[in-house]
Design a protein around this ligand. Structure first.
Ligand code: GDP
Ligand code: MG
Length: 441
């Protein structure tokens, strides 16, 4: 996508803000990329619409191309849609023994995922797990789980021939209680397609054990089908989360986006191979990068953000060198200081500030003071901020009271502002912009 987009974007006009046409042109390509990544058409359409509304009219920063800017907005929105509420990968397993029901179509990776998750819970949370196969259709499937259990050192419920799934589920529950297990996992039978018997069986098991989590395992390579399956399972038996398997393949991850947009269910894990460790919690950023087809998207986004801040600062420096240093500028500096974890970073960037910094430190200037100063500035009217000279006694009283502080603190702030303004003016005269730029690093 990145190559194709840059072609389109190079032709975009570099005006101050993203125009509707710019955005539309760019998003046409994004839409194609989404469809190629296997995102369903209505989801792609809605997604593009949402991004279009957000992007149109946004200011274009000098140092990124409009294309990069649109990609950033697309990326952020992708992450936004992909993220579910709560911690990714968190499972409700309090109140031991906690039942986890695994459902899905045949071949989606249920049995493999059951064992992978059991191993993960054992290794990372030190849980005792019991696994049971309810796949009575295929004796080989029950064997498969037992073998995986041995391999990863997790117990499986002994196989008893001729039992039905609900009976096995009840036996697992009893065994989990008696055996002091933290979690018992029920690996159900799948079908090639959803049918009534499959659903009825899963529902009966659900009613027998009241699972804490019902995890739907779907093949991430099946795209739109995966979403249909999820909707149906969720509608008929209710699922608490989704595991997308085969995300190690060359699928582009579009199923994840459709899944989130259509079902609203959290994607909790992704399967990344056949090995028992090949599972990880769902990372929206990684999938977003994959859908956009650019691995370095995140660093690009970060760089764009940094550039944006640097440009803001540069604009301020320019104003300051002309002696235009008002309370808005000061507030921006103070906020920047808070962000950089204190005053040192900012002061250090400006030549001639060292002495002042020392004075401030000696005067006990710290972050709580910065916070109070920001509160004072917030308590001023727009006019007062732009033109602090208008502040006489009655206004000062009002401002201090509004911030819940003393007038003496406001006076200190005003004094600091004056001093900084003077210093800026001197710097501006002495070295001009070059020096200020140098000071910016
Ligand atoms: P079930 O019928 O739903 O229980 O599916 P299985 O767990 O038996 O898995 C079917 C096949 O898919 C097996 O060969 C697994 O090794 C393979 N498989 C499962 N998960 C993944 C995955 O995340 N990536 C890859 N590449 N293969 C997987
Ligand atoms: Mg199976």
């Amino acid at each position: 996508l990145s190559d194709r987009l840059s072609g389109v974007f190079d032709r975009l006009t570099k005006q101050g803000a993203l125009s509707e046409d710019d955005v539309k042109t760019a998003l046409r390509e994004v839409r194609v990329a989404l469809l190629e990544a296997d995102v369903s058409l209505p989801v792609a359409r809605n997604f593009v619409k949402a991004v279009q509304d957000k992007a149109t009219g946004q200011a274009v920063t000098k140092s990124v191309t409009p294309g990069q800017q649109v990609v950033k907005i697309v990326h952020d929105e992708l992450v936004n849609v992909l993220s579910g509420e709560g911690e990714p990968g968190a499972l409700k397993i309090d109140n031991a023994p906690a039942p986890i029901l695994m459902v899905g179509l045949q071949g989606s990776g249920k049995t493999t995922t059951t064992a992978k998750l059991a191993k993960r819970l054992k290794d990372t949370q030190n849980k005792r797990i019991l696994m049971a196969s309810l796949d009575t259709n295929r004796p080989a499937a029950m064997e498969q789980l037992a073998i995986l259990g041995q391999q990863i050192g997790v117990d499986t419920l002994p196989i008893v021939k001729g039992e039905d799934p609900v009976t096995i589920a009840r036996r697992a529950k009893t065994q989990a209680s008696l055996g002091g297990y933290d979690v018992y996992m029920l690996d159900t039978a799948g079908r090639l397609h959803i049918d009534e018997e499959l659903i009825a069986q899963a529902a009966a098991v659900r009613d027998a054990v009241s699972p804490r989590e019902t995890l739907l395992v779907v093949d991430g390579l099946t795209g739109q089908d995966a979403v249909n399956v999820a909707e149906e399972f969720d509608g008929k038996i209710g699922v608490s989360g989704v595991v997308l398997t085969r995300m190690d393949g060359d699928g582009r991850g579009g199923a994840a986006l459709s899944m989130r947009a259509v079902t609203g269910k959290p994607i909790k894990f992704v399967g990344l191979g056949e090995k028992m460790d090949a599972i990880e919690e769902f990372h929206p950023e990684r999938i977003a990068g994959r859908i956009l087809g650019m691995g370095d998207i995140v660093s690009l986004v970060e760089k764009a953000q940094q550039t944006l801040e640097a440009e803001q600062a540069e604009r301020m420096m320019k104003r300051m060198s002309k002696g235009q240093f008002n309370m808005n500028d000061l507030r921006m500096q103070l906020e920047q200081m808070m962000k950089m974890g204190g005053m040192e970073g900012l002061m250090g960037m400006m030549p001639g500030m060292g002495k002042m910094q020392k004075q401030m430190t000696e005067a006990g200037f710290d972050d709580s003071i910065i916070r109070r100063q920001i509160a004072l500035i917030n308590s001023m009217t727009k006019k007062e901020r732009a033109n602090p000279q208008v502040l006489q006694a009655s206004r000062k009283k009002r401002i201090a009271a509004g911030a819940g502080l003393e007038v003496s603190e406001l006076n200190k702030l005003l004094k600091m502002h004056r001093q900084m303004g003077d210093m800026m003016k001197k710097l501006g005269k002495k070295g001009g912009r070059g020096m200020l730029k140098q000071a910016m690093g």
